[in-house]
Design a protein around this ligand. Structure first.
Ligand SMILES: [Zn+2]
Ligand SMILES: [Zn+2]
Length: 275
């Protein structure tokens, strides 16, 4: 079994109206690309901040720019017009856990992908809201990021921990901490271990400035040691990117002794052999 769960049906940017991308034909194009690449388990996980209701969770400039869609229309489309699993990529915003819970409740998700894209008001992977300015201390950003990652896991609101070390998105094009990065990973590990959350191995990092998988081998080894399972995804925003870089990801998992992947349905998880 191969999976691709962290998938978007359209490119990033607010000018991508759902009526153009949330169509049975587009879903079928994704399904066809997945089948061609041997990916049987396919789901979509639209960004939570695409939905007007998300502004009740966090009202910030980027979200306001994107929050145009109706979440129930999205759920109905995926359920009724596609054969894809229904997911959502929901940001962790400290202190807003109750509001996220209200948003997620009573909707028919197969899984919820948990992400951190913003540390405070600064974005980790978006130039317009970039957290990195003159004098930004990388040790401080990385410490906060990984502390929050542990908190995200501990909420129990998320099934999959997305692109776990997204903070490295820009690689050496932004300030980067020196030395052994495990001192940062350690800050997240207690929450990760206690929660049992599935750890995403994402090939998206291969397409980003950092040019490597999310997460590093050291990070994943610590999660495996803690007993957490792995979820495999590409974070594709087009059918072409489905399963992108999976040869590299599968070699990485093999090297770490990972033989099974997490599979989700109705927020229940089971493990299936890779292949
Ligand atoms: Zn993301
Ligand atoms: Zn994503």
């Amino acid at each position: 079994m191969l999976t691709d769960y962290h998938v978007h049906l359209r490119p990033d940017g607010p000018a991508t109206p759902p009526q153009e991308y949330f169509t049975a034909a587009n879903a079928e194009a994704y399904r066809a690309a997945a089948t061609e690449r041997g990916i049987a388990e396919l789901g979509v996980s639209e960004h939570i901040y695409r939905f007007t209701e998300s502004l009740r969770i966090w009202d910030n400039p980027l979200w306001r720019e994107f929050a145009l869609d109706d979440v129930d229309a999205y759920c109905a489309f995926v359920r009724d017009e596609t054969d894809l699993r229904l997911g959502i990529e929901a940001d962790f915003i400290p202190g807003r856990e109750d509001r996220v819970e209200t948003f997620l409740a009573d909707r028919p998700w197969d899984y919820v992908v948990g992400s951190i894209h913003f540390v405070g008001d600064g974005a980790l992977d978006h130039e317009d809201y970039d957290i990195w300015g003159p004098g930004t201390d990388p040790d401080k950003v990385w410490s906060t990021y990984f502390e929050w990652l542990g908190e995200l896991a501990r909420t129990g609101q998320y099934d999959i921990l997305a692109h776990p070390d997204l903070v490295k998105h820009w690689g050496r094009r932004r300030p980067f901490p020196e030395g052994d990065l495990r001192r940062f990973y350690d800050l997240a590990m207690e929450g990760i271990a206690e929660s049992g959350i599935a750890i995403e191995v994402s090939t998206a990092g291969l397409r980003k400035p950092v040019g490597e998988l999310y997460p590093t081998k050291e990070f994943l080894a610590m999660c495996l040691e803690a007993g957490n399972p792995v979820a495999l995804s590409s974070d594709a925003h087009t059918p072409e990117h489905l399963g992108f870089g999976y040869d590299e990801a599968l070699a990485f998992l093999d090297e770490l002794g990972v033989r099974e992947l997490a599979v989700f349905e109705g927020r229940e998880r089971r493990l299936e052999p890779i292949g």
